[in-house]
Design a protein around this ligand. Sequence first.
Ligand code: ASN
Length: 559
Amino acid sequence: MARTGEPVRRLLAIYTGGTIGMRSQKGVLVPGSNLLTALRKLPMFNDEEYSREHQLPEDTLALPLTNENQRILYTVLEYDPLFDSSDMTINEWIKIAKDIERNYEQYFGFVIIHGTDTMAFASSMLSFVLGNLQKTVILTGAQVPIHTLWNDGRENLLGGLLMAGQYVIPEVCLFFQNQLYRGNRVTKVDSQRFAAFCSPNLPPLAIVGADITINLELMLKASVNKQLEVHSNMERNVGVLRLYPGITAVMVRAFLQPPMKGVVMETFGTGNGPTNPELLWELKKATERGMVIINCTHCLQGSVTSDYAAGMALSGIGIISGSDMTSEAALAKLSYVLGRDDLSLEDKKKLLTKNLRGEMTPLPKDVQVSLRDSKFVQLIASLLYLNCSQDLDAVRDSLTPTLACAAARMGDLETLEAIVELGGDLSESDFDGRTPLHMAARGGHVGAVQCLLKNGVKVNSWDGDRSSPLLMAVKGRHRDVIQILKDAGAQLSPQELQGTGTELCRLAASGDRDGLIAWQQAGVDLFQKGYDGQTPLQVVFARQMGLSGLPEATQLGNY
Ligand code: ASN
């Protein structure tokens, strides 16, 4: 996962405020400017000799060499004004995302220095604002200012810089107290202790001790070949409603009034709420008029299920299960999805049930068998595609056709798209000479066939048995696939057409109307003769005269 061969790594550290740089003023802490000046004085953050020798710019410092002899340089971009994070809003988080976008090519990774109070909201929000991320983005901060003798700021910031400078973890993360978390899985759980955050439903992505332990199988895959996207059209009219025993229908109604468009509703236990009919009526009315409501549990750990009638009542009125998302992640996801003007309300609701940025664990019944979801393939893919070495290139090239054929055979669009995203070629054939298009055509998977054609796979190719994808679709009687292949220029070869007269007569004799239509759709003449000189139509008539039933086969002329 670490990129090799680059001795100097450049990071951008965006300082937005927070306790880490705060100073005491009239007895209270206020955001403090010139963090760079403070860092310059600390040898762990500033290799003075290197900076002098290399004449680093004023806003850039060098960390001392890492254990692996790597040099990490970081440029500090200090915001003005600086914020106590209680004042941060979607606007500031979008500004951070745009600063990352503007500097994306110049830096290896990004560290965002942020106040802890709303850091879980910030990391959740940024995980949705930043699309197709291929570089590491880490938020960090402190419970105690970095200038004080005993503080957590130094360790957190140094840890964040080291992680971002040494690893490519293509997602928005949060580093605190030696743990690297997925940003949209965290919540702040302590207002004073250094262990301020926890990730209740996902283990840390990495743990730093004497060694660094990376949980490779948990990491999201980089969207290779896709450009970074900043989704700045986030819906602001979203909110969190925490249910409590005795909450009244009137209060709920007041909360659900315009301009509110989406609500994260925090419910009891596994997603239960009062079954009070007036309250359910208010919620039902709101969802009917287009309000989107996600059900998340109050509990720190666990997931929303439909085990109780009290929970079922909520799902029965159009409320979407938030699975094991934190409220912070659900709010950010709601803001992102409702901001997608290209989607209908129905599609937005569907998207909300999906795992988009690793923010939730899909319910077992919703898990489709997908190579992309399997930890095994994730591990293989990350090993094959995120590392660069010639040996791995060779292994990747030989494994990709097999993976792609297996995915195409199952119609696993997600894996096919993932292979493309990761830079794989879908037109390669496996050891039997079969391409993924053969397999998708054989299985009748329209989406997979379209995806393969869209990605430039040749429509006419013949496997070891000299069969084309079109022949496979014909044999499977997949009429919509036959049509798509024909439209893309598919043709049966002279070899494939050999003996079709006999095959057609056989189908006619057994009354296989679908089989005959499939051949006709592939461009085969149904009036050709079989081995005994009879046409399929003659066979049908002979059967109709002699045997009962099969009038449908005579309707072939309609096609
Ligand atoms: N109030 C501070 C902030 O969130 C708390 C902190 O950073 N520890 O900006």
